[in-house]
Design a protein around this ligand. Sequence first.
Ligand SMILES: [Zn+2]
Length: 81
Amino acid sequence: MDATREEDERKVVEALAGTVVGKLTVIGPMGRDPSNHKTIKCRCSCGKESYIRLTKILNKKVKSCGCTRGPGRRRISDIAL
Ligand SMILES: [Zn+2]
């Protein structure tokens, strides 16, 4: 049973490897987050590698490892100077 699931996950990783979503590039392998959601390892353009929820990658609902937040979180003066 587990072998089949692992095979499926390997195929997902193969299909998604190299996919770029925002600042993230999918590199695999897959994992699980504490809520037991499927995750996949990604490398962010900031250099950090982290496991991102698979559904967020598929729906492109994620843009980074978390190093960039939505607009308004950072003051322009903080980054412009
Ligand atoms: Zn990042």
